[in-house]
Design a binder for this molecule. Sequence first.
Ligand SMILES: Nc1ncnc2c1ncn2[C@@H]1O[C@H](COP(=O)(O)OP(=O)(O)OP(=O)(O)O)[C@@H](O)[C@H]1O
Length: 359
Amino acid sequence: MSSDTHTAPAAPPPDAPVLEARGLTKHFPVRGLRSNAVVHAVDGVDVSLRSGQVVALVGESGSGKSTIARLLARLYTQTSGEILLHGEPVTAHRGRAFRRYCRRVQMIFQDPFGSLNPVHTIRYTLTRSLRIHQPRLRGQALEDALAALLDRVQLQPERYVDKYPHELSGGQRQRVAIARALAADPEVLLADEPISMLDVSIRIGILNLLKDLRDRLGIAILYITHDIASARYFADETRVMYAGRIVEHGESELVTQEPAHPYTQLLVRSAPDPENLAAQDRTGANGEPPSMVRPPEGCRFSPRCPFATDLCRSKVPDLVDVGDGRKVACWGYVGASDVEPAERDLIPALGSARVGVSA
Ligand SMILES: Nc1ncnc2c1ncn2[C@@H]1O[C@H](COP(=O)(O)OP(=O)(O)OP(=O)(O)O)[C@@H](O)[C@H]1O
């Protein structure tokens, strides 16, 4: 007797990622050079975004953060690696499947003035998005959806709907840009430096709005920033990027308050947060980010790291678990039994800069 093979697919676990990148890599060809030179913008990055969670991607300028957002938004094609939506590999670059993906995964850009067309009113901009993503909406239903969008980003519809972008403040424009993304009813928002061009006084309002969307709508958010202090405030998880690779990730509170990787310690030390300054002056690391065309061998932070040894300069450290749910890519956290016997003396001694060792 044959058994019934048409069983329903198992429901995904509740904490399954909505959007995931595995081994994401992007190399840009260097134009004008008669060679195979490439910019190693992103090399082997993993990211998982879950419903109702904010993941911060933190790092200096040029570390590859925006490239990751653009890869996830399908504005760029990856050199290698996989992107998965609800566990399904995403391959389409056009057609219906691509449009469906773009609806689910929306991007918010740094410059709200540049991203809103100055010749159109807010009504026009938002109505157009609603019509694209929800073509059945007409008449009063469309008006109601428009008002609901503005309400959701805390702008009074009657006051703002007929204004032009130049009549709004930077914060209000960013709210409209967020409303336009919400018109697609997305599951994921990719927020690329959403507050860095805004006055300091209104930044917190935009982060609170995004938090509200995370909590009330369960949207998964990738928050890209230079500012590790804002990651502590806003993100559930923080991933620290250096020169195209993730060097540390874990709960934001741990990563920002007790940074483990010497680079994260440098970032925290240079963050403009007076509470953190005294506690974080541990490493003395300084210098400039490396060339992304010819990145250093081994750990890419090694030329700036005061603890670096020949092991760091020659071999890439894997991300290893440091025991508190956090992963760090630093030879200083790799146990002696996990390296070749000849390399044991080359494990960098982080001393009191090593997490778990008091100063
Ligand atoms: N279209 C492109 N063509 C060539 N190189 C690029 C391109 N886009 C980015 N890069 C390079 O890739 C590297 C990573 O850039 P990316 O913009 O992703 O970094 P970032 O961390 O977002 O920096 P920022 O915070 O300044 O935006 C940089 O060296 C950059 O010059």
